[in-house]
Design a protein around this ligand. Sequence first.
Ligand code: HEM
Length: 551
Amino acid sequence: MGYLSITYAQLFYICGALSFLQSRGFLPGIALQSGSVSSWFRAFLILYVLSMPVLFAFKAFVYPFFLSPLRNLPAPKGGNLLFGHFPTIMREPSGAPMARWADEVPNNGIMRYNHIFNSQRVLLTSPKALQEVLSTKSYQFIKPSFFRLTIGRLLGNGILFAEGDEHRRQRKLLNPAFSFRHIKELYPTFWSKGQEVTEAMSKHIDNNQTGEDSKDGCLIDINDWASRVTLDIIGVAGMGHDFNVIKDPSGELNTCYRHVFNIGGGNRVAQLMGFFLPTWLTTRLPLKRNQDIIAARHTIRKISFELIAQKRAALEKGSTGTDILSVAIESGGFSDEDLANQLMTFLAAGHETTASAMAWACYHLCQHPEVQSRLREEIRANLPSLSDPESTITSASIDKLPYLNAVCNEVLRVYPSVPLTIRIAKEDDTILGHFIPKDTAVVVCPWSVNVNEELWGPDAKIFNPDRWMGPGRAKTGGADSHYSFLTFLDGPRGCIGRDFAKAEFACLLATWVGRFEIEFGNKDYVLEIGGGITSKPKKDMAVRMRNVEGW
Ligand code: HEM
């Protein structure tokens, strides 16, 4: 069946091969000057341009509407004859249409929508379907190669993109750095970085008070401060190195990440080209976006290699470490090139996601001042004051605070940092008994699952930390299956940094809410969601923060 789903990239190669044979005189047909590159290229262009409309007509109209085994799956209404549901997808934040469709279109856990030019995508909506793909068949539904070739340039070709046995091997070697025992030891680091950033923000507020009244506080760029502290944390906890971005945001690494994470999803022309041309080609085109990414990659790799060299030298001198890099080096399973790739993964995956969670927390707390006050009361009553520079905490101090953990879980549920991810069927396969042809894109949308009314009840989309309070609810939020909360995905490829991130998030949120009162800078603020792979409120969500005396 897979032979019916020939891609434009495959056509590109087929035309290349045929025109090469033609130019060498192996095939009859158009007379060409044998062997010349220009004649080969001309033949290639003629062949590609003539055959593409045929393939296009087949792929966009014949296959999806008359032949595809997915055509009878439930699908959302509407959809453009040529572009399918793509215009809706482009208009809305990543994952938003899927969250709506999962509620509105009657389905039994699996449905379909049409992406650009009616290429069909399968959307999973029930815990059973999600478990099948993410757990039982996690190595049969693999990551799309275009992820590795596009975002992989910044995220490194490490554990995030490894498949099958190679993934199992890497996960086994890296797991010790994320053991419960080790994460427990990191709480004081999370706390002291939270303390450092809070003091820096306090000073910033004191120096930039607006209005007559010193209690007015000032506008704060949440995304900026959140990324600074989380980058520092992944440096210390992940590599044993303090990037000191809280103190000085102008450092090379922070400047580089802020630039590339803010250039968005690329322009539409580049996206369209990506549909018709192989990814290795589109990622090499002389576009500004490609140039920015190549420059950033160069910087991040350079810093990663420097960190590896420093760490190796320290380990050789007898120092020991429990940070991710030390664990990876001491496992003996990675070359320096592999280590650099893993570092790139941990640096990016380990800071922007938690920064996004912090931005979402501020959004919800501005919307719900009553939750903010209750949380502040719990924090102040149970955690040491930040004014004491010696203050520290243990894992138990944080884990025993029910409302803090409830608020964190609810923030992560309602707007998960990674709203959507994709898997590709490696071979012809089935999901819930439905035939899924090889190369089908299967969409796993944590956002749509996390706010699905069938799984969470009619108030699924409402921010309500209380759903995590009360007997038996602290871990489930009242949902029946852990596949109802997919912020970190699940199964063998779920987020390895889950416990790390949850502890870091709770510590940081405690320091911010304990110290500051937070409200929208603009009382009429209407949420607009931005971001690329990670989602967050757009930069214009100006937040006003005020120091609250007494802690
Ligand atoms: C709120 C914070 C975080 C969220 C919401 C989050 C979410 C996710 C998600 C959804 C995935 C799966 C992506 C996919 O398969 O398409 C993932 C994978 C991963 N995350 Fe996280 N993450 C967070 C924090 C972290 C941190 C702090 C680290 C490292 C210290 C980390 C390291 C990783 C790695 C290495 C993978 C790949 C795992 C594998 O494929 O085996 N993440 N994360």
